[in-house]
Design a protein around this ligand. Structure first.
Ligand code: ADP
Length: 194
């Protein structure tokens, strides 16, 4: 089973993905984490770090290179949970191409919805606790703008394929988790075998 998890920054994707990954025993692929790691470890990566700290997206070819490499690992054979990816329509198209070459596909796309005012509040609170360099008031606004302009069209892309499940993210983490599991289990039951 391949799940794409989309939501604006601060919606709670990371928290839900960690739980979902354990519950369905599929690997959690967070491009944000992969890029942050790359930005510490390699010279090319340090260029990427500048995009992230600015609240802009990393370049599509670089993101795709990292994801393709990760998908080659054995643990991805039974499925994967994509967190924060694809973030542009081009990434969605390239992911579809890559998966279909392996006889695979995206099965479900979770659209985690939270109002902007709430997102800003949550991100500013996270900034105090975690001190992530991209959680400043100015960068938060830029990331929300990037989400509206570049990532929201990804939802339209998958809506056209009937894959979207809209989830209300403005509830407790437990309630959100239960609802997501319900939606996934219903889809699994209704899927054609194979
Ligand atoms: P959040 O969704 O809370 O902003 P993430 O950890 O998912 O946090 O992403 C942090 C940053 O990493 C993004 O603002 C962006 O710069 C970069 N990034 C993550 N995923 C992608 C992607 N698929 N394409 C391009 N850039 C990405």
């Amino acid at each position: 089973m391949r799940i794409v998890f989309i939501g604006p920054p601060g919606a709670g994707k990371g928290t839900q993905c960690r739980r979902l990954s354990a519950h369905y025993t599929i690997p959690h692929l967070s491009t944000g984490e992969m890029l942050r790691k790359a930005s510490r470890d390699t010279p090319v990566g340090r260029v990427v770090g500048a995009y992230i700290d600015n609240g802009q997206l990393a370049p599509d070819p670089l993101v795709m290179r990292i994801v393709r490499k990760r998908l080659q690992r054995n643990d991805c054979r039974r499925g994967s949970l994509f967190d924060g990816f694809p973030r542009t329509v081009i990434q969605s198209e390239l992911l579809d191409e890559h998966l279909s070459a392996m006889g695979q596909k995206v099965d479900i796309v979770l659209d985690l919805q939270v109002k902007e005012a709430e997102l800003v509040e949550r991100l500013l609170a996270r900034a105090e606790v975690e001190g992530r360099d991209d959680d400043t008031a100015e960068t938060i606004q830029r990331r929300l703008h990037v989400f509206r302009t570049q990532t929201a069209p990804v939802l339209d892309y998958y809506a056209g394929r009937g894959l979207i499940e809209q989830i209300d993210g403005q509830r407790t983490a437990d309630e959100v988790f239960d609802e997501i599991c319900d939606r996934i289990d219903t889809r699994l039951r209704n899927q054609e075998p194979g």
